[in-house]
Design a protein around this ligand. Structure first.
Ligand code: CA
Length: 226
């Protein structure tokens, strides 16, 4: 197992590197973002530990670049910023775990081991049906590269259908997945939402993706033949 540690505080990197080597991991240390990026491109690491506040190239930028190239490598972020918004942003950018400074080295080791046990992470957050893209992480929908604005419920319905293209879902199944237990309306709410969805996802495009199967329910076309 070969790990990359990108951390400019020598005290921290020495401590972490020593502890990881004691656990028999090979570990390369980069003291700034530019060097970290250079190493990340040069070797295939099993895991990357990344400090967010770095000279040369910020940790956030580095995270974006690493994820653009390599979807699989687990990334553990070290951060002094503990605000929830920051954490959410990091996870959206492709962080697998984070530790807030100051941290106990024993906890870092534990988290590293847990991430390595999971192995390379399948991270395809984007569902694709024809030219439709549903990004489950950012909750953004595009068709033919064009952004489509949906309400939360419309999005949830589309995501449910897009996860299984070609499959037909009954109104009851859709309600159970897209609405919650407090829903007491009629199942024709599904028809209403499918209509909304169609007007945004299908109407502006020549190829229609949303299928109605009479007496059964709705689905997304598996192929884009109509
Ligand atoms: Ca730092």
């Amino acid at each position: 197992m070969r790990l990359l540690l990108i951390e400019d505080e020598k005290k921290v990197s020495d401590l972490v590197a020593r502890a990881l080597r004691a656990e028999s991991y090979a570990i390369d240390v980069a003291e700034d973002g530019a060097r970290g990026w250079q190493l990340a491109q040069s070797y295939e690491y099993d895991l990357i530990i990344l400090d967010l506040m770095l000279p040369e190239l910020s940790g956030a930028e580095l995270l974006r670049r690493i994820r653009r190239d390599n979807q699989q490598v687990p990334i553990l972020v070290l951060t002094a910023r503990a605000a929830t918004a920051d954490k959410v942003q990091q996870f959206e950018a492709g962080t697998d775990d984070y530790l807030t400074k100051p941290f106990a080295v024993a906890e870092l080791i534990m988290r590293v081991k847990a991430l390595l046990r999971r192995g390379p992470i399948a991270r395809s957050s984007v569902l694709r049906v024809g030219d439709l893209e549903v990004d489950r992480l950012s909750k953004q929908v595009r068709r033919g590269g064009r952004r489509i604005e949906l309400t939360a419920k419309e999005y949830a319905l589309l995501e449910y259908l897009a996860a299984n293209p070609g499959r037909v879902f009954s109104r009851t199944m859709i309600i159970e997945h897209v609405w919650d237990q407090s829903f007491e309306g009629l199942t024709n709410i599904v028809d209403v939402y499918v209509r909304h969805l169609r007007s945004k996802v299908d109407d502006p495009f020549p190829v229609k993706l949303i299928r109605t199967v009479r007496g059964v329910g709705y689905g997304l076309a598996e192929s884009t033949e109509g």
